[in-house]
Unconditional design. Sequence first.
Length: 83
Amino acid sequence: MFDYLVELLPEIRHSNESLERVQAALRKEFAGQEVYIPARSSVGKAEERKAVLRLWNGRNATTVARTLGISRATVYRHLKQAG
């Protein structure tokens, strides 16, 4: 995680003190915890659901899934939630 932060924010690398402060703050905040970072936000899922409904013709779950880069199960889940 630290390496990713340095890659994302290269200005941290130039000040070793800043990097150490960020590392200490992250350790203090999340020490001993398993942290879950969701792959997508609920906004992304809402947009995905709209795209599924727009592309759906009643029989093309595989095509919709491939087009959107999601599984067929996710296509059906969105259809079920939409009613």
